[in-house]
Design a protein around this ligand. Structure first.
Ligand SMILES: C[S@@+](CC[C@H](N)C(=O)[O-])C[C@H]1O[C@@H](n2cnc3c(N)ncnc32)[C@H](O)[C@@H]1O
Length: 295
């Protein structure tokens, strides 16, 4: 049997030869997955002979070499420090979406009532389940994840049971048509890519979780009036966009929320990525004051 180091080296070379940028890391993750160990243990075992048949490992390395994402091969992706189950029925959550979790969690932490928060287009449940896990089991907020895809919701249900049991309601429906409101918070990472933004790295994810009509903004154009009808005074809405949509997204948010504070925020790479809307509470002027205090 080869040693762990030799198996890793051979797999890394195979992945590098097929153009995988993260060849060494991917080989490590796949070897750990098949061996049922973490990376610290892998490093400890590097000089030792592999003590199980390597066929399953080589099979995964080959699929990775053909372009399949590591997350679909292992069945997991880390998001907000939590391990989410993902399948080809769900988008693989991206690190930039963690902003929406931090944004919503910060607002919900200020609340001691049963604030109603909806994650529209929840996919594997990443955003709303991370919010629930971060707030903990005793926070009174009512947390809902919705999606039009039943297949995605089945995965979300699995993640809910593993990561935030009993804390999140899951609903199958289009946008917010299933809900009369009023709502305190809405977050959304709906599909926003244009078809011409397709590249081979996206080939394995469900197209209906990636692409949207009308220059990629068509789904948000439908969601915005529905949020506007349901969001309470003092409530907030945050959504993730493609940087190319920044101007249009801000203009649309201002049109549907003429009395709200609309802010465009960058991702960690400095690209405009999030639009937040904070509707003023007439009785307290709360949302506006918070925005002014941030400058
Ligand atoms: C980009 S994925 C995001 C998944 C997850 N929120 C995340 O950030 O990883 C978008 C999700 O929106 C769902 N979706 C698309 N159109 C929808 C609609 N009209 N109503 C509800 N969900 C929708 C898709 O099924 C998909 O699961």
């Amino acid at each position: 049997m080869p040693t762990y180091r030799e198996a890793l080296r051979a797999a890394t070379e195979r992945l590098r030869a097929s153009g995988v940028d993260t060849a060494r890391l991917d080989a490590e993750v796949l070897l750990c997955h098949v061996a049922g160990i973490d990376r610290a243990e892998l490093y400890r075992r590097l000089p030792e002979p592999v003590d199980f048949p390597l066929a399953a490992f080589w099979h995964l390395v080959e699929r990775r070499a053909q372009g399949e994402p590591v997350a679909y091969l292992t069945g997991y992706r880390e998001f907000y420090g939590l391990d989410f189950v993902v399948t080809p029925a769900t988008l693989i959550p991206r690190p930039e979406t963690e902003f929406l979790v931090a944004w919503a969690t910060a607002r919900l932490r200020e609340r001691t009532d049963r604030a109603r928060c909806v994650d529209v287009g929840t996919g594997c449940g990443a955003i709303v389940i991370a919010i629930a896990a971060t707030l903990g089991p005793d926070h009174p907020a009512l947390l809902v994840g919705s999606d039009r895809s039943l297949a995605a919701l089945r995965v979300a249900r699995l993640n809910r049971e593993r990561l935030a049991p009993g804390r999140v309601h899951l609903v199958c429906g289009e946008f917010l048509a299933w809900c009369r409101g009023p709502l305190d918070l809405v977050v959304a990472n709906l599909p926003y890519l244009r078809p011409e933004q397709w590249h081979p790295g996206l080939a394995y994810e469900p197209p209906e979780a990636l692409f949207a009509p009308d220059d990629g903004f068509g789904l948000y154009a439908q969601l915005l009036p529905q949020v506007s009808e349901r969001l309470r005074p003092g409530g907030g809405f945050a959504f993730e966009i493609d940087p190319s949509q920044a101007e249009r997204a801000v203009a649309a948010a201002r049109r549907f929320f003429p009395d709200a504070a609309v802010t465009l925020l960058p991702d960690l790479a400095g690209r405009p990525r999030y639009v937040t809307v904070e509707r003023e509470d007439e009785t307290t002027g709360r949302a506006t004051r918070r925005r002014r205090s941030l400058g």
